[in-house]
Design a protein around this ligand. Structure first.
Ligand SMILES: Cc1cc2nc3c(=O)[nH]c(=O)nc-3n(C[C@H](O)[C@H](O)[C@H](O)COP(=O)(O)OP(=O)(O)OC[C@H]3O[C@@H](n4cnc5c(N)ncnc54)[C@H](O)[C@@H]3O)c2cc1C
Length: 271
């Protein structure tokens, strides 16, 4: 797309070359959203891909995913066999409306920062207890959770010039048994609601997303389905369920407990 209203494109290769934020800036990762729906005020693009971060770094304490790692790279990465959570990478990618063609360009960080309820990389980070490293324009850093960043439907908490650098997923989450369920009006494509689960010592973490304006990660010290369903119902507020073309709030609120029950049952039999 020819963005004739863009006056400048900055291509930093180091953190020092990142420009001070200006009104009309957009950080550009894969550009599948920036190019498709450029804001009317857009004047300058700051291309993050020229920073050339390694996509994926496997370490003793887990996996570091660069914000600019494409969804395709994550899905097809060669990762340790005992990282059971790998199965969720593909599963979450399949929950996007975006097909595998978009996965080649769309980035994990871009998906999180866009903060769409259908952002399944957000769902992934939520259930896997991911830590997000954010670079601030004054040179300081923060480490936050995905729930700190994705705060509403297409609303993130990043200030102008804040940049998501990477996502760290701890080994304990990667090696734990996981389970996933989604529900959608159509057999393929964008999910109406997504429930992910991860086994913990004697309990589970359930992530509810897709049908809520932001993800909810709910740790429950039990694998008793009724208790987990009740815990999830107590955490997700009424106002968080929303209606769009992919489902009504009522339907989503009604169907998610069934998905939670299935996820907990599967995790119980895996333990
Ligand atoms: C056909 C199609 C289907 C799609 N389906 C879905 C879907 O089902 N669910 C969904 O969530 N999205 C969907 N998208 C939107 C988009 O493709 C994805 O969210 C994608 O992952 C965004 O990544 P990107 O790298 O292209 O982001 P970009 O378009 O480059 O950026 C997206 C936003 O995030 C900001 N940003 C990007 N990287 C960073 C960073 N590191 N730090 C701070 N800010 C950053 C940008 O400034 C911009 O505001 C779809 C898009 C298309 C074209």
């Amino acid at each position: 797309m020819d963005l004739h209203f863009v006056d400048d494109v900055v291509r930093p290769t180091t953190r020092d070359e990142l420009p001070s934020p200006l009104p009309g800036d957009a950080l550009l990762a894969g550009g599948t959203s920036v190019m498709a729906e450029p804001g009317r005020d857009l004047r300058r693009l700051v291309d993050l891909t020229t920073l050339d971060w390694p996509d994926l770094t496997v370490a003793d304490d887990g996996l570091e995913i660069a914000a600019t790692c494409t969804i395709d790279r994550l899905v097809h990465a060669d990762l340790p066999e005992n990282w059971h959570a790998r199965t969720l990478f593909r599963w979450c990618a399949d929950s996007l409306v975006a097909s595998y063609k978009i996965w080649h360009t769309a980035t994990v960080g871009g998906n999180v920062c866009l903060a769409l309820p259908a952002g399944s990389m957000t769902s992934l980070c939520s259930v896997l207890d991911a830590s997000l490293l954010v670079w601030h324009p004054d040179g300081t850093d923060s480490v936050v959770s995905v729930a700190d960043v994705v705060v509403g439907n297409q609303r993130n908490s990043l200030a102008p010039g804040d940049l998501l650098r990477s996502i760290h997923v701890p080994t304990a989450a990667l090696t734990a048994p996981v389970a996933a369920r989604r529900v959608s009006y159509a057999e393929y494509g964008r999910a109406g609601a997504v429930v992910l689960g991860r086994a913990t010592d004697g309990g589970v973490v359930i992530s509810v997303s897709g049908g809520t304006v932001r993800p909810f990660a709910i740790p429950v010290p039990s694998r008793e389905p009724d208790e987990v369903v009740a815990a999830c119902a107590a955490v997700v507020p009424e106002a968080a369920w929303f209606t769009d073309a992919h489902g009504t709030a009522e339907w989503r609120r009604a169907v998610v407990p069934h998905l939670v029950r299935e996820v907990v049952t599967e995790l119980g039999s895996a333990a």
